[in-house]
Design a protein around this ligand. Sequence first.
Ligand code: SF4
Length: 412
Amino acid sequence: MPPDPAQSDASQPDSGQPNASQREAPDLVQLDAAAPAADPLPPLFGLDTAALSARMVQAGEPAWRGRQLAEALYRQQVAELDEITTLPKALRTRLDAEGWRVGRPAIAQVFQSVDGTERYLVQAEGAGSETVETVWMPEGDNGESGDGTDADQPQAPGSTDPVQRATICVSSQIGCAVNCQFCLTAKLGLQRNLTAGEIAGQVVAVFARHGVQVGRDRINLVFMGMGEPFLNYANFSAAVRLLVTEAGLSPQRMTVSTSGIVPGIELFAQEPVEFRPKLAISLNAPNDEVRSELMPINRKWPIEAVIEAVRRVQLRPRERITFEYVLLGGVTDRPVHAREVARLVRRTGLPAKVNLIAWNPGPGIAYSMPTSSDVEAFKATLAAAGIPAYLRRPRGRDIYAACGQLKRTIEG
Ligand code: SF4
């Protein structure tokens, strides 16, 4: 096992064509690559109430100041110490002089699609020009349909405010080592893991931009942006805890997608239900042979091993496992594939649904989009076999915000 999967994959040639070495199963079992070097005075954002309280005590303040800080960082979405008006002005000035800072990731650039989708380059605090991508999809992309999410929950009684409905697609790593052949992000290789604060910070930064009020607005999170969350498990899981306990989000409004990292799924299965998002498996092929070609990770953990791990997740009432399935023209979208997927899903015995995604083209990736009639026929075949199937609406294709298209320009 190499010490850091980033080293091997980041050096892959960017020829645009799958080649033999790219199709090797990545030799990665490591769930947490090396964290960035420790900072003597790390940002406050990313710490929970207990840790913030400890920091306040360390600064000679009462512990309950930690609760005020947490409220300001995660609920009021402040980005600067000086905006935390629950702290006395003199204390804010002193903390600032001592080098304390909020340190929330900031939106550095915005790309707006004609369909209302926004793609952001989000810059970690103190990370120079390094950015990660986050996407805001007003009204979502139909991805949550039929998976137990209460998407049409009525407005809170007595509230007259307009309710925002959106899905935020969150990144867990900069780049990705998994090397799915149809994915633009794969071409970056893995640059580095994001910290818990950098993962949760994408969400809070987008909340601040759109004035999101948790409890009023219907926001779903999907951990389906850049990276494989289960290869950065500890930080992903810590980010979920921050978003649930500090920002007040429900884990039932979060979905994490994995390419099938079995040790990660096993850890996920042990999460207490109050911190466990819903699970999506990025299946993308009807059998191991095709899947190993498209997703080399399948050679390490084939479909049956993934399903076996998924069976250990204790689902909530009405919750379903989602199988994400990217339709590649001529490669995975044939009627025979649809029948095979239906048999595969039925054989798992899991309460499940299939989300179909018509492949989004990206430069240097040699696949074709499926025709809309083939997409409809695929969906109808699944439905006829009794498998709930939904078509994800393509969002933000014109700004490279759609599934599999996230790839920032690497500077420097
Ligand atoms: S599809 Fe997901 S897991 Fe696969 S390379 Fe892209 S970002 Fe990584």
